[in-house]
Design a protein around this ligand. Sequence first.
Ligand SMILES: [Fe+2]
Ligand SMILES: [Fe+2]
Length: 265
Amino acid sequence: MASIPDQSFFHLSDLHLPDRAGGLSYDVDALGQLRRVVAMARAADARPTCVIVSGDLSDAGGPESYVLFREVVLPELEAFNVPVLYGLGNHDRRAPFRKAVLGEAGADEEAQYYYKRVVGDLHVFMLDSKVTGKVSGALGPAQRAWLAAELERTPHGQALIVLHHSVTLWGIANVEEDQLADSRELAEILAPHAVLGVLGGHLHFSVVGAFAGSVSITAPGVVNQWDPTCAGMRVYSQPGFNLCTVRAGRLLINPIVLDVSRPQG
Ligand SMILES: [Fe+2]
Ligand SMILES: [Fe+2]
């Protein structure tokens, strides 16, 4: 088995950008939350090999929010001077994203946005689990077939799977319907390939679970945190992200949640 070099990268999720700088999502300055996360990541000792953003880039899917992403957020993330890989979530809309960020005219809202990017020895699969009109997610047969074929060409132990929705249950009854609908089919695809891990978001809190002989973990929300200790969906305004590290061929994750109630400086 080929071994993957030790490295670190950042995993951000759920930016929920408004249509303009200073706009509110979940009653907080979403761009300000992103900037707090970027400042924390920049101050870290880790030098990342890439930055991953796993969807809900926008809060309402409006065209202006993707202009904000392209013109303000992307430059801040690209200042790490490493590849920035981004995918879409249930709050996103593909057509305005494709137009504003990818420069595609006449984009099809139903054309899923998924791809594989090789970063050094890390083979990152950015999947699209958005289902139009639903909070829950699914990959669908075409994307699953593409993933299965691509994994056959990917060295064992070097594939990282990224999607917006969680692939595992997380113990809160009133949000378990948000799970990925075809997670069992995904597990069957991944099981033979010894993937490094499966990164998700959507929940705005971290949940870790065994999945397909590997590990799945969701990232804290950039925009806020939901409280996983109760079914009432309490929300807290701390921003967060995951510091991800590969050591000796294993993926290690440190969920980071910033306490912004402390004085800055
Ligand atoms: Fe979200
Ligand atoms: Fe979401």
